[in-house]
Ligand binder design. Structure first.
Ligand code: ADP
Ligand code: MG
Length: 871
């Protein structure tokens, strides 16, 4: 019933904006209802029952059964606190990810008050007349009222990947994509009332296959779980063998297992990625999944297009070649006024070319706020501005008179319209000149004019015309576009972005290779590539058609610094991505067109544009550049690397105290229980989920260090030998050494002498307090040490990570709480250490820093020696 009424109101002029506003209030925004999420209590429950938690539950039950209720209860508290914390981090990460989704630009051209204007898809209402073109996502359920050979990709709804043609009068559904042609449709349903919403409600969210990072984390989880349970079991067996009582042996095994389980690790990783994604968004790089943050950091090859990414997409026709000579054109930006210079007959022909060029374009210029702005394709807007500079303002052909349009397609590289008995065509010269009926001499002249303009970095567009009758609805453009009359060649200027040379230099020093894949003319591509410093004077441009057919040879050809492929097709881009990946590259690939989807999906990082480009490309992409700027890719890479480094930072930090936590148990167990236990399981838990949490978070938020883009890319395991050496060879042992020294010194204060019997009771409690303090303080040193893998904290400035300072302050507060609040201290089994023990504990900070500094120096020296050329 609603549909009938909307069909009636669907006039050529569309809705009145007042009516649209009223309907928007009535029906609500055109948005899919938020997917019904798993209820919060189930998400919380999941945090209490994941693998590590189950391990801890098991330990808690055993502790209760074995008659150690405090331990059992304490472990349960740990599970709960840890679960709550993980839950909170997960929520924060998800909220951040949701926010990113809202930044994705989505607008659609709508006819309102008789005029076409872009509207946010959220504000569409039933009855709106929507204009669709190739690459657009259908924003709501529609009935087509005009369909110019318009085909749709309905695979999102039907799974059928072949595009289907839809004629006037048929419905098309929200969530499908326009592949080719143009259409106008009247909105019949929006938001929750679309068919897509119905389907979305049925299907639960699509599961992506686990990415590299996921696998990496699973690997760590499995390793650590295996190690902790294994080590626990071994120690259990050993302690039984040396004659320790069952309960003590058990206590021992639980302690070791609990000490090794990295509670709170996984949510910190997710949160760290989300924070990385947020930082990227602040510099106009929008990732569409958190995994991409890590992949960006590992990128080794960037394939970028030219127009709009490397250049400003700020076009201007500066020169026109015609059969009667050349005309030079001057004008500011998209201003319709300017000056021309050339022979009068050439100017007259140039004006004809301008008229034809405008007829074959949809892009226009509009006057708004005292300035002229491009609407639609900037190149077409530039043609409109140029035509206006030559013609009287009322000359451009009104859109209504277009009978047929064969839209731009990167394979045909041309676009034409049929207007009242004439066909106007514009396109890449090599796609147009062979179809012209001009004499040989003129064509030779035209070709050399193309070469001349292109070699100066101009983008050249050929414009042609043909007299013809309406060829009927089924005629193919290839048959019609023949024996054309060549009107002229337009030379368009599109200066490179000023940010690009520096970004390219950054890519070079970061060991990332960059290739330009452009649909443009080889000479234009060459000139621009030289201007931005991508190519040297002797480097050649390869043409898409000349790429070797063999994938291996193709990979070898491409795998070098600075390569340009011109006249490239979307299929060739896909091949390029595959060939580079086969050589082990991690490929980022930009794309803007309807046909770029497969290449974007194939690439490890598909990059789409937020301003230019199509919905199809944005939908297929992992990264959207909100400012369309190549330099933003490098910013994203930098943030990606920084985020990965941060994850390694807090992993190093988290793993270090395991050594200090294991040592007391090892000494106790291996001495057959003679050496007193310096730390209790409860104290270990207090460190792991109490004092350690905030510094780990703060390390996850460390700003990118200056050097991240000065290293070659590497995709190493999160936990590799260098991290292992640092944790288990340097930081951990130092911390443990100070811990045990503090413990023994405190015992000596109580009268113990080496070789003598170990004291028990209050002396032991105070010594345990000293050991505990030493570990907590040692972790403060470790936190500062972990800020960099190469520089000592004093070289970085102590205060450059504010978050860490707060975290350390909180850590000290927590330490005081654990030591000074008597019931808590009683429960943990320690008391305030004696002064001497405390002094030793404080030394843990400089000791760890010093050991780490020495290690860094040694590593650097070794690297320097390794890097020295062999004489
Ligand atoms: P780029 O890599 O520079 O973005 P494209 O694939 O977009 O190249 O375009 C390739 C060539 O097709 C351009 O050099 C131009 O000659 C032609 N072309 C681009 N856009 C249009 C258009 N809207 N109409 C006609 N021809 C076009
Ligand atoms: Mg393009």
């Amino acid at each position: 019933m609603d549909g009938d009424r909307t069909a009636q109101t669907a006039t050529r002029s569309g809705l009145k904006s007042s009516e649209a506003a009223a309907r928007l209030r009535r029906d609500g925004p055109n948005q899919l209802p938020a997917p019904s999420r798993v209820p919060w209590w189930r998400r919380l429950f999941a945090q209490l029952t994941h693998f590590f938690a189950l391990l801890l539950w098991f330990a808690a039950v055993l502790a209760l059964v074995a008659g150690m209720p405090e331990l059992g209860i304490a472990i349960v508290v740990v599970i709960v606190v840890n679960g709550l914390f993980a839950f909170a981090q997960q929520e924060r990460a998800e909220k951040a990810a949701d926010k990113l989704g809202e930044l994705l630009p989505t607008s659609i051209v709508v006819r309102r008050d008789g005029e076409l204007s872009p509207v946010h898809t959220r504000d569409l209402v039933v009855g709106d007349v929507v204009a669709l073109g190739g690459g657009d996502r259908v924003p709501a359920d529609l009935t087509l009222v005009v369909s110019e050979r318009c085909s749709f990709d309905e695979s999102t709804l039907t799974g059928e990947s072949e595009p289907v043609f839809r004629a006037t009068g048929t419905p098309v559904l929200a969530g499908t994509f326009v592949v080719e042609g143009e259409a106008e449709g009247v909105v019949t349903a929006t938001g929750a009332r679309t068919r897509l919403a119905g389907i979305a409600a049925l299907t639960t969210s699509v599961r992506r296959p686990p990415g590299q990072l996921d696998k990496e984390i699973q690997r760590i989880v499995r390793t650590l779980a295996f190690v902790s349970v294994g080590v626990g079991a071994v120690f259990f067996a050993v302690s039984l063998l040396v004659g320790i009582s069952w309960t003590n042996a058990f206590l021992f095994a639980v302690g070791i297992t609990v000490a090794l389980v990295p509670e709170g690790l996984l949510p910190t990783v997710t949160l760290s990625l989300a924070m990385g994604a947020q930082r990227m968004a602040r510099s106009d790089a929008l990732v569409r999944n958190l995994e991409a943050v890590e992949t960006l950091g590992a990128t080794t090859f960037i394939c970028t297009d030219k127009t709009g990414t490397l250049t400003q997409n700020q076009m201007n026709v500066v020169e026109v070649w015609t059969a009667d000579g050349s005309v030079s054109v001057h004008g500011e930006g998209y201003e319709p006024t300017g000056s021309v210079a050339g022979a009068p007959s050439a100017i007259a022909r140039a004006a004809e070319a301008g008229r034809a060029g405008v007829a074959a374009s949809k892009g226009r210029i509009v006057h708004k706020d005292g300035e002229w702005h491009p609407v639609g394709d900037p190149m077409e807007a530039a043609i409109a501005a140029f035509a206006a500079r030559l013609l009287s303002p009322d000359s451009p052909v009104p859109a209504e008179e277009v009978v047929r349009r064969f839209g731009f397609d990167p394979r045909r590289r041309r676009e034409s319209v049929i207007v009242r008995g004439q066909l106007f065509l514009k396109g890449a010269p090599d796609a147009v000149l062979p179809r012209c009926a001009a004499g040989r001499a003129l064509l030779v002249q035209a070709h050399s004019a193309v070469e001349d303009m292109a070699s100066r970095g101009l983008r050249v567009l050929a414009v042609a015309r043909l007299e013809l009758d309406d060829p009927g609805p089924d005629a193919s453009p290839d048959l019609i576009e023949r024996d054309l009359e060549l009107l002229g060649l337009l030379g368009l200027e599109d200066p490179p972005r000023t940010t690009v040379p520096r970004a390219l230099a950054a890519a070079r020093s970061a060991g990332i290779r960059v290739a330009m894949l452009t649909g443009d003319h080889p000479s234009t591509a060459h000139a621009i590539a030289r201007e931005i410093g991508l190519l040297g004077p002797d480097d050649m441009v390869v043409q898409g058609a000349d790429l070797p057919a063999d994938d291996q040879i193709l990979g070898a050809l491409l795998d070098r610094d600075g390569i340009v492929v011109s006249r490239v097709s979307p299929e060739q881009k896909l091949r390029v991505a595959k060939a580079l990946q086969a050589r082990g590259h991690i490929v980022a690939m930009t794309g803007d067109g309807v046909n770029d989807g497969p290449a974007l999906r194939q690439a490890d990082i598909g990059v789409a544009m937020g301003r230019g480009g199509t919905d199809v490309a944005r939908e297929a992409a992992d990264l959207v550049l909100l400012d369309d700027d190549f330099a933003t890719i490098m910013t994203a890479v930098e943030q990606g690397r920084a985020t990965y480094a941060n994850i390694r930072r807090f992993l190093t930090y988290h793993l270090t105290d395991n050594v200090a936590e294991l040592t007391p148990f090892a000494l106790w167990g291996l001495s057959g229980g003679l050496f007193p236990l310096a730390l209790s399981v409860l104290q270990i838990l207090c460190i792991d989920i109490g004092t350690d949490l905030l510094p780990a978070l703060a390390l996850g938020g460390e700003a990118p260090s200056k050097g991240v883009l000065e290293r070659p890319p590497e995709r190493r395991h999160l936990v590799d030998t260098s991290l292992f050496t640092r944790v288990f060879g340097v930081l951990g042992p130092t911390e443990a050494l100070v811990e045990m020294t503090a413990f023994l010194v405190a015992l000596m204060v109580a009268g113990w002498r080496p070789g003598g019997e170990f004291p028990t009771g209050s002396a032991l409690l105070a010594a345990s307090g000293a050991a505990f303090t030493a570990v907590v303080l040692g972790q403060i040193g470790t936190a500062f040490a972990c800020r960099s893998t190469s520089r000592p904290p004093w070289a970085m400035g102590w205060t450059t990570n504010r978050l860490l300072l707060w975290a350390v302050l909180a850590e000290l507060g927590t330490l005081a709480f654990f030591l000074l609040v008597t019931p808590v201290a009683d429960l943990l089994g320690h008391t305030v250490p004696p002064t001497e023990g405390f002094v030793v504990a404080v030394l843990a900070i400089p000791a760890v820093l010093l050991a780490d500094y020495t290690h860094k120096r040694v590593r650097q020296r070794r690297k320097a020696v390794g890097a020295r050329p062999v004489a």
